[in-house]
Design a protein around this ligand. Structure first.
Ligand SMILES: Nc1ncnc2c1ncn2[C@@H]1O[C@H](COP(=O)(O)OP(=O)(O)OP(=O)(O)O)[C@@H](O)[C@H]1O
Length: 628
């Protein structure tokens, strides 16, 4: 790939006095442990009801300053849990939900989170993507979202091919992400970031889970990127000596503080000379790698007198340089770093690409859909056989048809609402990772549009199977059947909207199910099957106005019973209790034919209202949660 930072102003990313604090719950035990709960509440609910203990404060990164220039390759090294990831996400302004203080500067000027998101590529430790896509499909999606919308499709494809070749991924261009090796996946994630030629590239543990060869390929690729003028920085847990040599600079952290930050070749003499490693017995020629291994060992790191060692570093010329250099004339004299002048894809293009990805994923996982459909049709078959001998010549027959109509409604509502309960919790990690790539509304709209084919196909097949045994139109013919289908289509869409609304509020699908139980209970209760609507007490009956079950049940009942002009001779009932026609049945249930328009309007309003609340839930989440 050509040196694509050529011509761009030289870049220096610096951070000064960065401190990260998080609220902390004291552990269990005397003096502040969580309240013992009598009930086994899920963890997320414990947090909600405030049973997690009183919050204190924990300092994860403590007054850290540093910098990395274009052309440099900086390693952030330290024991596990020492704050490397926290520091990396804080200085790239991707950390949310924590109190971060201190400055982040680009060429000596304060850098906003928005600017950093445009000019600093970030590769998180955990790869998250739609795994059923191939490497090329994934990169094509990313190119459509990240590259200038004015770039012709051919130029986009060329850019993808160059990236694949440059990162040694050409051989797996058509391999699904799920089948790639760990190293290949890391390189795909790097390719996504390099696509827009960011002047700064930050990576969290790019070698995690890779063998020595895999790590070498990844780190060599990153070193090449630094050679092209980018400022590259990455956290490294442990690197073999030959890999460590690929870095130009190093920042050693212990307990969230700086043990050393400077050129790689100065690290060995500094650490042995000042005994900053905490070991007095090391000879001057002790290899850097041995010392780093010691410092990265959690047990040894715990023994380190961090306060002393870090205070000693703060007095060095390295530390003074880190304070002065970012605001020196040399750095301030450079041109400011500006976001690239790219035209973002339009909202419709975002939706089109998101739908494309959704459909590719759907096609590759079609077994899931067909299994669900098969189960649904089995239910329809059992239902149709159970009601096949029903005739409207007795009270029992009337009761059976009422039961059948209600069962159809509940099956459609439950199936379509439960089908999307996992939609948002399952998609949330990828969505949060991509939150800057497309708008929340485009993402939400895609998820809604994806429910449409299911809402059309499933109820249609369902009632077709039942219709083979029981006439659901009461002799109304084709038109009545199409009206019935339309009602069920609207019901399925509104039930999906209800499911989306709940699904978008919670991160944990268990909580979605827990929340739906009381809501389903009350909305089923007021649907007019267990009680006549008129007999419901006022403090419960209001719930029917937000009940999909109620509207769908009334609509379906109206459609069926209004075609019944006469119910067969009823010898077994006193005249006052007889139901002579469909209108009498509707009246008996508390339904009325003139409610048809109102019910359709209310169901449409519920569809809109549920989705509005669902979208707000998703939007809130995208603003509150860290996106790395
Ligand atoms: N939101 C949080 N609340 C409380 N503690 C946190 C939070 N985030 C991180 N920590 C703690 O802060 C410390 C630093 O975490 P961090 O992920 O930065 O470490 P790390 O050096 O990157 O570790 P590793 O090498 O294992 O990835 C850890 O002890 C972690 O448990």
């Amino acid at each position: 790939m050509e040196a694509d930072t050529a011509g761009a102003p030289p870049v220096t990313l610096s951070w000064r006095h960065v401190t990260v604090r998080v609220p902390q719950s004291p552990g269990p035990g005397p003096g502040g442990g969580p309240l013992p709960l009598p009930l086994p509440l899920p963890m997320a609910l414990r947090g909600w009801v405030g049973c997690g203990g009183r919050p204190g404060e924990k300092v994860l990164v403590d007054d850290v300053s540093g910098s990395v220039d274009g052309g440099s390759f900086l390693a952030l090294v330290g024991a596990s849990g020492t704050g490397k990831t926290t520091l990396l996400t804080a200085i790239t302004k991707r950390l949310r939900g924590s109190a971060v203080t201190g400055d982040v500067l680009l060429n000596g000027r304060a850098a906003s989170a928005k600017l950093l998101s445009r000019v600093c590529g970030f590769v998180p430790q955990k790869d998250l993507a739609v795994d059923s896509l191939t490497t090329t499909e994934h990169l094509s999606f990313m190119a459509a979202m990240r590259l200038d919308a004015r770039l012709p499709a051919a130029a986009r494809s060329r850019r993808i091919r160059v990236l694949l070749a440059d990162l040694g991924l050409s051989a797996c261009a058509d391999t699904r992400l799920a089948c790639l090796s760990g190293g290949e996946r890391r390189r795909v994630a790097i390719a996504v970031q390099l696509m827009v030629s960011p002047p700064v590239l930050a990576l969290d543990e790019p070698c995690t889970g890779l063998d020595a060869e895999g790590s070498r390929v990844v780190l060599e690729a990153l070193r090449r990127e630094a050679g092209r003028g980018r400022a590259v920085l990455c956290t490294v847990h442990q690197a073999a000596p030959d890999l460590l040599r690929l870095f130009t600079d190093i920042l050693v952290l212990a307990s969230g503080r700086v043990v050393f930050h400077g050129p790689l070749q100065d690290a060995q003499p500094y650490l042995t000379g000042t005994r900053a490693s905490g070991r007095a017995d090391w000879a001057p020629e002790t290899p850097l790698n041995t010392m780093l291994q010691h410092l990265c060992d959690p047990a040894a790191a715990a023994q380190l007198d961090t306060a002393k060692v870090c205070a000693a570093f703060a007095r060095t010329s390295y530390a003074s340089h880190l304070q002065e250099y970012p605001v020196s004339e040399e750095v301030l004299g450079r041109d400011p770093i500006r976001p690239p002048d790219t035209k973002h894809a339009s909202w419709l293009t975002e939706v089109r690409w998101l739908l494309w990805r959704e459909s590719v994923d759907g096609r590759r996982n079609k077994n899931r859909f067909f299994t669900q459909l098969f189960m649904f049709l089995v239910t329809a078959t059992i239902m149709s056989f159970s009601f096949m001998d029903v005739t409207l010549s007795s009270l029992a027959g009337v009761q059976s048809v009422r039961g059948l109509l209600y069962l159809i409604v509940s099956e459609v509502v439950f199936t379509h609402s439960y089908a999307v309960f996992y939609t948002f919790p399952a998609g949330l990690p990828v969505y949060l990772r991509e939150v800057d790539l497309y708008s929340s509304s485009a993402y939400y709209a895609t998820k809604v549009l994806a429910t449409v084919p299911r809402a059309l196909v499933k109820p249609a097949l369902f009632v077709c199977v039942i219709q083979l045994q029981v006439d659901l139109t009461a002799g109304g013919g084709v038109v009545a059947f199409l009206r019935l289908l339309a009602i069920l289509f609207l019901t399925a869409l509104t039930a999906s909207a209800y499911g989306c609304m709940l699904s978008a509020q919670f991160q944990d699908p268990e909580l979605v199910v827990a929340a739906t139980m009381p809501i389903d209970f009350i909305t089923v209760l007021v649907a007019g099957i267990f009680n006549t609507i008129r007999s419901l007490p006022v403090y419960v009956s209001w719930a029917r106005f937000v009940s999909v079950f109620f509207y769908a049940h009334e609509l379906l009942s109206i459609e069926f019973w209004r075609n019944v002009s006469r119910i067969g001779a009823v010898a077994d009932c006193p005249d006052s209790q007889c139901l002579h026609d469909g209108a009498a049945v509707l009246d008996d249930m508390g339904f009325a034919e003139e409610h048809l328009g109102r019910d359709l309007l209310c169901m449409g309003s519920l569809f809109v209202g549920f989705h509005a609340v669902g979208f707000l839930g998703l939007f809130r989440r995208s603003r509150q949660m860290s996106t790395y």
